[in-house]
Design a protein around this ligand. Structure first.
Ligand code: SAM
Length: 251
């Protein structure tokens, strides 16, 4: 093997190793996005060096982090039971879970809303595979898997009553394009719910780029024409922010 070939093999192996370690997952950040609210700079340890409305976007959590999403202590730590109750209270209808991961929320929601359709969107095929397997084990036929793109959730136009994202939005490498896709998917009166770790609270034990302040979330949703409706404060670590495509008052 020539020295050049050896170097190419080493670079490829390093690339594969990074992809396999679970964090960061591979993601495409295209050039030519200036003028759309994005800016670029040196990447911090957990970020991709792309900024939106002043916020550095974080790495995507790789599929090898699936065990963390499904950890037994999650319900107690994050009161995911209360969050699920909240989503159920906003149903029934067509519900989209963007960044669905292993289906931690999609699957129990589909069970509790049997007359609803749950569109489970993710960009990682490995996550969707796990989710699909678990949906089949539970004989859930109202879960639809959608492999989205980094800049398009792949949702049907004007068809969705509720779109929610739990601990996912801060990872979107193309948040503006993703949310434009969400807005066009909403039925009249449809809602968007974002659940993010509270950036204002230093006691929440999560890396800074994986948290968001309420003001930042509202700024980014307003940028795509969504209006703040309410913030629910029933979770120990996260904000639950509700938006509509209609006009409403800011907090
Ligand atoms: C931290 S996990 C959260 C999973 C799930 N919402 C939960 O709370 O258990 C974030 C997920 O968002 C997904 N994701 C990141 N960017 C995405 C995008 N542009 N579109 C759809 N999913 C995305 C990742 O692949 C990952 O599965």
């Amino acid at each position: 093997m020539t020295a050049t070939r050896k170097m190419i093999s080493a670079v490829l192996l390093l690339g594969l190793g990074l992809a396999a370690c679970g964090n960061p997952a591979p993601q495409a950040v295209a050039d030519g996005e200036r003028g759309t609210g994005y800016s670029f700079g040196p990447a911090s340890r957990d970020g991709i060096g792309k900024f939106y409305e002043g916020r550095e976007i974080s790495h995507v959590m790789g599929h090898l982090g699936a065990g963390w999403l499904e950890r037994g202590s999650r319900e107690r730590e994050e009161r995911t039971d209360l969050l699920l109750d909240f989503f159920v209270s906003l149903g029934p209808g067509t519900v989209a879970d963007i960044g669905a991961g292993t289906g931690y929320f999609s699957l129990p929601l589909a069970e509790r809303l049997p007359d609803s359709r749950v569109l489970a969107v993710d960009i990682q095929p490995q996550m969707l595979k796990m989710l699909g397997r678990r949906a089949a084990e539970r004989a859930l036929d109202n879960v639809v898997l959608i492999e989205g793109r980094v800049d398009d959730p792949g949702l049907p136009a004007g068809a969705v009553d509720l779109v929610f994202m739990v601990d996912a939005y801060h990872e979107f490498s193309h948040p503006r394009e993703m949310m434009a896709g969400v807005v066009q998917s909403l039925r009249p009166g449809g809602r968007v719910v974002l659940v993010e770790y509270r950036g204002e609270d230093p006691r929440v034990p999560i890396k800074p780029l994986h948290k968001m302040t309420q003001a930042q979330v509202i700024r980014e949703m307003n940028a795509v024409g969504l209006s703040w409706e309410a913030t629910q404060a029933f979770l120990p670590q996260q904000h639950v922010l509700v938006f509509t495509a209609a006009q409403s008052v800011q907090p």
